[in-house]
Design a binder for this molecule. Structure first.
Ligand code: GSH
Length: 216
């Protein structure tokens, strides 16, 4: 049976969706997009149809090659294994470990603790400080790690999965008004990556579901 075009379920502002959008853009994978509004109508991620796709009720989800994958890093690793060019995990096992360490630091240590559903539980009044504290503590560790791994990118000079995690997390930091002056390496790498086409076309300000006032 012929599988159709891959379908990405995405929300413009979702940093995890942005990771996958960058991977698809870098690897030149033609796909369709279905947007899931995480806010509207109490959140479209809670609909029966979407829960059937991802019981975690989160984006991104990618339907590809006849399977459905949730979890952005699992999606990126699948794309890497099935469509290896350009490479997003270095060949050298030590560099590969660094890429995974940085990706996990962001994907397990920062983003989930400032995700929408957590902030809702923290409450309107405290959520800005909460998010700022989470990101500051994660970025302090990351800045230190990058001192020994970074070149032009998070690990050496080649764009990797770690960079796909970094840029969307910096966007979250900016949205939560985190002062980035204490993180010169993070800021430098972010600036370099944002000049690349794959990061620009996948940017939250340029998605089909980006509201008019946030388009750029
Ligand atoms: N570990 C997951 C996290 C996915 C996640 O947190 N997605 C957020 C958007 S970035 C979401 O769908 N949140 C919906 C909610 O909190 O209700 C991944 O890497 O894909």
């Amino acid at each position: 049976m012929q599988a159709g075009k891959p379908i990405l379920y995405s929300y413009f502002r979702s940093s995890c969706s942005w990771r996958v959008r960058i991977a698809l853009a870098l690897k030149g994978i033609d796909h369709e997009m279905i947007t899931i509004n995480l806010i509207k109508d109490g959140g479209q991620q809670f609909s029966k149809e979407f829960q059937a796709l991802n019981p975690m009720k989160q984006v991104p989800v990618l339907k590809i090659d006849g399977i459905t994958i949730g979890q952005s890093l699992a999606i990126i690793e699948y794309l890497e294994e099935t469509r290896p060019t350009p490479r997003l995990l270095p060949q050298d096992p030590k560099k590969r470990a660094s890429v995974r360490m940085i990706s996990d630091l962001i994907a397990s240590g920062i983003q989930p603790v400032q995700n929408l559903s957590i902030l809702e539980q923290v409450g309107q009044e405290k959520q800005l400080t909460w998010a700022q504290n989470v990101i500051t503590s994660g970025f302090t560790a990351l800045e230190q790690i990058l001192q020994s791994t970074a070149g032009r990118c998070c690990v050496g000079d080649e764009v990797s999965m770690a960079d796909l995690c970094l840029v969307p997390q910096v966007a979250n930091a900016e949205r939560f008004k985190v002062d980035l002056t204490a993180y010169p390496t993070i800021s430098r790498i972010n600036k370099t990556l944002l000049s690349l086409e794959a990061f620009q076309v996948s940017h939250p300000c340029r998605q089909p579901d980006t509201p008019a006032e946030l388009r750029a």
